[in-house]
Write a protein that binds this ligand. Structure first.
Ligand code: FES
Length: 132
């Protein structure tokens, strides 16, 4: 049983990133995410958009669910990310759509700041990113 859990956790360790605890993945240093901006992060084989909204961090899948566009290439205005392709908008706090043409919530992930690093606190959420 414990052997199986160990293998499961190792699957989440990305190259170039440090696992801070068995249940956390480092996404970026706080200083690497500009205030009121969004950056792209690749972790454990997944592309995430990491948002800094007035000093609070949020993360989502880095792919608009309307088409093939990276939300990290979009425009962050307050807590709203505008997709660069068709202008659809999502609230980065709730993930809910807030402007057409998007109609479904984006996939979001739980993050926290630990020792000046933004960490993914529930890496298992990456497994369910395709579930909508
Ligand atoms: S691809 Fe994002 S709104 Fe169309």
């Amino acid at each position: 049983m414990f052997w199986a859990i160990g293998i499961y956790c190792l699957d989440f360790i990305p190259k170039g990133y440090v696992m801070t605890t068995p249940n956390r993945l480092v996404l970026a240093s706080v200083k690497d995410v500009p205030l009121d901006d969004v950056i792209a992060v690749h972790v454990a084989g997944h592309d995430l958009a990491l948002y800094n909204v007035d000093g609070t961090f949020y993360a989502s899948r880095d792919l608009c669910n309307h088409g093939n566009a990276r939300l990290s290439d979009g425009f962050l205005d307050g807590d709203v990310i505008e997709c660069p392709l068709h202008g659809g908008c999502f609230n980065v706090v709730s993930g809910e759509p807030c402007a057409a043409p998007v109609t479904h919530a984006m996939v979001t992930y739980s993050v926290a700041v630990v020792d000046d690093q933004v960490v993914l606190t529930a890496p298992e959420e990456l497994e369910f990113e395709n579930v909508e």
